[in-house]
Design a protein around this ligand. Structure first.
Ligand code: SF4
Length: 473
């Protein structure tokens, strides 16, 4: 409900024996569906031939059982769920991006946004390259393919290509013989490695996708690391020299990741509860009930209730059957959509002072609607507590907030935002608290740029989501 959109989810599996991998990939992608609901795709490698299918929609809409059967068995598979943070929501931009070249085929799955893709693509086009999509991922595919023609191995081609790109990327790639995964210099987007009881290797954006295919989490990839899975062996290489700064997106803990995932050894559910507990400690309020905005405000609401001693209640119900993230063209249509998606439980809030916990405020329109919903249901007071700091800066690394124009906290004080949302009081989690949601991990190992403006990678000169939709001037 927050108004900020997830980025993408990626999945890969390598087995020693041929298996119906399309079905396993679909299971993994379904577990990652929260990261992208616009498009889904799976590519399967059988005896060095890559078959693939992709399309617009949720995983179960794109892949019927018959479609998965038709992809058949293989020893490597990769998959992707997409939300379009760069390039339009079209079937052409769905992934995996599969390319053919004189040394074979390559399937590429990408999570994150590049910060120099505009310049790279322009240079490639001026040199005669023809692009079929408007997504960053085709730039990556082009660069790797070019390097592959000059090198002896796919991993060396990937390593050389990655030297040219900047920004946020977690990648899972499939060549005729290898499954390869890598993370950008700072490790902005997550990527983890697991293993099944049969010894199959699994790679995924989040550990919940490992659980979905019966794999155990082994570890996360390090920033700048490349993992190459060939046969049953796994090699770890470095794409970039170690440089001492990590910058995992702190918003993964607050909103993007699924609560049952584990990142850096910390349960996302526990991190969100901790955020709620910090809010109760730092911004206490006298109230009768604590309620959370489904889904990602619920864990923090439990944490707030436990730390404050105020009873937890179910005060809002989300209609699960609306499903697909809705891109409404007008504010009226968006308001209507929120009304369909969410309703108040009047008996839980009537005549009560309510603490309302949400994960973030982006434009403020959803928050003001939810506050009014609680009031109309009879609440006496509504105290809004937000389990993230105020969004003050755009994100260039794989979310859809690419301009500060849409951020209500930008140019308004907390008191102003409270008034605009209609809340009796409003408070946010501090940046320092957000950086300490994972115990034992250094506070300076996160990206929190949308909150504090400290960008690990230089922001792009051209950032608009539709930057490849227009012709060059
Ligand atoms: S700018 Fe914000 S949303 Fe974007 S990667 Fe950094 S912490 Fe995450």
């Amino acid at each position: 409900m927050s108004g900020i959109r997830e980025e993408c989810g990626i999945f890969g599996i390598r087995t020693a024996e041929k298996k119906p991998l399309a079905h396993l990939a679909a299971a993994g992608l379904t577990a990652l569906q929260h990261r992208g609901q616009e498009a889904a795709g799976i590519a399967v490698n059988e005896d060095r031939n890559i078959r693939y299918h992709k399309g617009l929609g949720l995983v179960h809409e794109v892949f019927s059982d018959e479609r998965l059967d038709a992809l058949g068995g293989g020893t490597i598979a990769v998959g992707h769920v997409r939300y379009s943070t760069s390039g339009a929501n079209t079937a052409a931009n769905a992934q995996p991006m599969v390319v053919r070249h004189v040394k074979g085929q390559l399937a590429v799955c990408h999570n994150g946004n590049l910060t120099n893709s505009y310049e790279l693509r322009r240079q490639l086009e001026l040199n005669g390259c023809i692009f079929h999509t408007t997504s960053d991922t085709e730039v990556i595919s082009y660069l790797i393919t070019r390097k592959r023609l000059e090198t002896d191995s796919i991993e060396e081609a990937v390593r050389l290509a990655l030297q040219e790109i900047r920004g946020a990327f977690s990648l899972i790639l499939m060549s005729p013989a290898k499954l390869i995964a890598c993370r950008d210099r700072y490790g902005i987007r997550p990527l983890c490695l697991g293993e099944t009881a049969e010894g199959d290797t699994v790679l995924a954006s989040e550990s919940c996708a490992l659980d979905a295919v019966g794999a155990k989490l082994i570890r996360e990839l390090d920033p700048g690391e490349m993992v190459v899975v060939e046969g049953t062996g796994i090699r770890s290489l470095r794409c970039f020299p170690a440089h001492g700064r990590e910058a995992l997106c702190v918003f993964e803990y607050i909103y993007f990741a699924r609560p049952d995932s584990v990142i850096r050894g910390q349960s996302v559910h526990e991190a969100r509860k901790q955020a709620g507990a910090y809010l109760a400690m730092d911004h206490p309020v006298s109230a009768d009930v604590v309620i959370g905005v489904p889904d990602s405000g619920l864990d923090a609401a439990v944490g707030f209730a436990e730390a404050s001693g105020i009873p937890y209640g179910i005060g809002l119900i989300k209609n699960k059957y609306i499903g697909r993230t809705f891109i409404a063209p007008t504010q009226d249509a968006r308001d209507h959509m929120v009304r369909l998606k969410l309703n108040a439980v009047a008996s839980a809030v009537r005549d009560r002072r309510v603490v309302l916990i949400d994960d973030s405020i982006v434009r403020g329109t959803t928050s003001s609607y939810i506050v009014s919903l609680i009031r109309e249901a009879g609440a006496r007071e509504v105290h809004l507590r937000i389990s993230s700091p105020p969004f003050l800066h755009p994100c260039y690394y794989g979310t859809d907030v690419d301009s500060s124009k849409s951020l209500i906290a930008c140019g308004h004080s907390v008191e102003d935002v409270a008034r605009m949302t209609g809340a009796d009081s409003l408070a946010f989690l501090s940046v320092e608290r957000a950086r300490s949601l994972c115990p034992g991990v250094g506070e300076n190992t996160y990206c929190a740029a949308c909150f504090d403006g400290d960008y690990p990678e230089k922001p792009p000169e051209v950032a608009e989501k539709d930057r490849f939709e227009t012709t060059w001037s």
